[in-house]
Ligand binder design. Structure first.
Ligand SMILES: Nc1ncnc2c1ncn2[C@@H]1O[C@H](COP(=O)(O)OP(=O)(O)OP(=O)(O)O)[C@@H](O)[C@H]1O
Length: 365
């Protein structure tokens, strides 16, 4: 697949703050790519550099192999939907959507037809004459999206476009983005702090932390092989255990945690030197006594919390390190103080670098 955008050692400093810190990344033509990270990690700063709303302190942004230094935002083949939508309050829906095309010199029937097509795409046909001030939050988001799509950009930049919407609308709009991406064939670049959004929409995604990209991959790889503890926690693998010792052979390691042996996989040729054992919550299950002892560990129940469709059961090793697993809401959860047996399915335990678990000075850990 052709490279739509190449980022080459990009730095953006604001005084002493390195908002973007040496980012190198290729975004492929036609893919849905997400920059995922918590507040302040630098994802919006990076998006602004791609859109041409800001200049890098160092490094190069390339579109289709061409250097974009000196090319202003309005001359780049991108359109952006910002968190603050910036709709014109004195214009109706059609005027808002058609504004950019009008600037390009379109008018009359051809302008009207394009605006109608864009409104149909976001399921707002019949809303052309409405006042934008009386629309719902979701409808306003759709107008902003139609305004960007009508320009038929090869690249669409979406900066937290679902922030501020209620849960139902978020889901509706999220699905809409997925459909629009397929229908338009454009390159979509989404900035979000919401991992569900990122996982459900992205062909590939990058997890950012303090201006740097910690991992770029297809969504499933973040669970099969998270780059480090920070990334694992960010995608929802909360069980990160400190082993007493690790014995390595080929691509498998046997970690000992509070005297119990856990077989863990690791990516790369050698395991990280300062490693933690991450345990995937979806690959653990409670088993009755008497089952085959391989890959079964014994833990003590700390608490069970009812979650509607499931119970979250917190279990502890003898050294107090904790594991959380989920059981069906239909089953009676084990009681606090009880000893239980947990089967670790293949690939449940991963040996990963402990980066992100250290208390970093001034960090957001
Ligand atoms: N114009 C600016 N002047 C000074 N510092 C800035 C400026 N813009 C961003 N920063 C700083 O750069 C860092 C990254 O900010 P950025 O807005 O890119 O983060 P973000 O991940 O998009 O966060 P959020 O999700 O909260 O928008 C932050 O520490 C922020 O305070």
């Amino acid at each position: 697949m052709a490279i739509a955008i190449g980022l080459d050692h990009i730095v953006r400093s604001y005084g002493p703050v390195r908002a973007v810190d040496d980012v190198t990344l290729d975004i492929r033509a036609g893919e849905f790519f997400t920059l995922l990270g918590s507040s302040g990690c630098g994802k919006s700063s990076l998006l602004k550099l791609i859109g041409g709303f800001d200049k890098p302190t160092a490094g190069r942004v390339q579109f289709d192999g061409k250097d974009m230094a000196g090319v202003p935002a309005n001359r780049r083949p991108v359109n952006t939907v910002f968190q603050s939508l910036g709709l014109f309050p004195h214009m109706n829906v059609a005027q808002n959507v058609g504004y950019g095309l009008k600037l390009r010199g379109l008018s009359g029937g051809s302008l009207k037809a394009k605006v109608e097509d864009a409104l149909e795409l976001v399921e707002l046909s019949g809303f052309a004459e409405r006042d934008v001030n009386i629309l719902s939050g979701g409808q306003r988001q759709r107008v902003a999206l139609a305004r960007a799509l009508v320009m038929e950009p090869g690249i669409l930049l979406l900066d937290e476009p679902l922030t501020g919407l209620d849960e139902r609308l978020r889901q509706q709009m999220r699905d809409e983005f997925g459909r629009l991406h397929k229908r338009t064939g454009a390159t979509f670049i989404l900035v979000t702090h919401n991992q569900d959004e990122a996982l459900s929409l992205s062909d590939r995604m990058a997890v950012m932390h303090k201006g740097r990209i910690e991992q770029t991959d297809v969504p499933a790889r973040f669970f099969d092989a998270p780059a480090n503890a920070f990334v694992a926690r960010f995608v929802g693998i909360d069980t990160l255990l400190k082993p007493e010792s690790v014995a390595v052979s080929a691509h498998t390691a046997v970690a000992t945690i509070a005297g119990q042996r856990v077989t863990a996989t690791f990516s790369g040729t050698t395991p990280p030197s300062d490693a933690l054992v991450a345990i995937r919550p979806d690959r653990m299950e409670l088993v009755p006594g008497g089952e085959d002892a391989a890959e079964i560990i014994e833990l003590k129940v700390v608490e069970s919390i009812y979650r509607g469709l499931s119970h979250n059961v917190t279990l502890a090793f003898a050294d107090s390190q904790r594991v959380v697993l989920t059981t069906s809401a239909d089953a009676t959860p084990p009681s606090p103080g009880e000893n239980v047996r947990v089967y670790l399915k293949p690939g449940a335990a991963l040996l990963i670098d402990r980066f992100g678990m250290l208390p970093l000075a001034g960090g957001d850990e």
